[in-house]
Design a protein around this ligand. Structure first.
Ligand code: AKG
Length: 249
């Protein structure tokens, strides 16, 4: 395994735009073993859900199969994901972007089943996390399938944001926090397609969204969220269980 480092141009791009795409960091064998585990976990998880939980985790659709929209804390629950989030190819890049002493505090698998995978509205992760230092969080989004403009790749604003903007959520969808309408209309958003095994890094202040999956192909991805060890989440929109922290070396 040859170690990689981000070059000056990549670091500059991250600091200017708030995001950076790195193609094919992980090979197809590594990604396939994560996907195999995801299929098993998803099946078991769907069976275990109560009616109330289904509202949070399952896409609205008439199709009774394969409708899970997300899974929380994969890095805590599944070894395949904790290995990916602390992988020797990834850790040096995280350290270059936010510092050498960090931990993984939360992770999520985002799934967009073909045809029914819904949008993730425009938001800044730091609104959810509420860190005391806005530069201390980093999201590492790894494409498990090719993410394209038709199956719901991420869209980013290319202008680094120094502030966290006000967010609102629809009454029946507290998980869908989004930047207030008048403010989101001023943001210039662009799609960033990425192949399976590629990584999209984003700063916690970077506005991003994903569109619905209108294609016949799944779009699955895992997002790992890291925090510098000297920072604290003091004003979080959701609660994060500190017992689920994973050290990153
Ligand atoms: O994968 C998606 O559709 C949304 C991802 C996201 O919002 C995030 O990683 O912060």
């Amino acid at each position: 395994m040859s170690k990689q480092a981000l070059d000056e141009q990549q670091l500059e791009q991250f600091h200017q735009t708030g995001h950076l795409t790195v193609d094919r960091l992980f090979d197809s064998q590594t990604i396939q073993s994560v996907l195999d585990d995801l299929v098993i976990w998803s099946r078991d998880f769907l069976k275990s859900l109560s009616e109330k939980e289904r509202h949070w985790y399952v896409e609205k659709s008439d199709d009774e199969t394969n409708r899970l929209r997300k899974l929380d804390n994969p890095a805590f629950h599944r070894e395949s994901f904790s290995e990916l989030g602390t992988h020797a190819l990834l850790v040096p890049l995280i350290q270059q972007l936010i510092g050498s002493e960090t931990h993984l505090f939360f992770s999520q698998v985002f799934m967009k089943p073909p045809g029914v995978g819904g949008p993730k509205p425009i938001h800044q992760d730091n609104f959810y996390f509420g860190p005391d230092d806005l530069d201390a969080t980093l999201t590492v989004w790894i494409a498990l399938d090719d993410a394209t403009t038709s199956n719901g790749c991420l869209h980013y604003c290319n202008q680094h944001q120094t502030e966290v903007l006000p967010h609102v959520a629809p009454k029946d969808e507290p998980f869908n926090l989004q930047i207030r309408g008048d403010l989101r209309n001023q943001l210039d958003m662009h799609p960033f397609p990425i192949k399976s095994g590629g990584i999209s890094f984003h700063h916690g202040n970077t506005p991003h969204f994903s569109a619905p999956n209108l294609s016949e192909r799944p779009r699955r991805a895992v997002a790992f969220h890291y925090l510098r060890n000297d920072a604290r989440l003091i004003n979080s929109g959701l609660s994060y269980d500190s017992a689920m922290k994973i050290a990153v070396h």
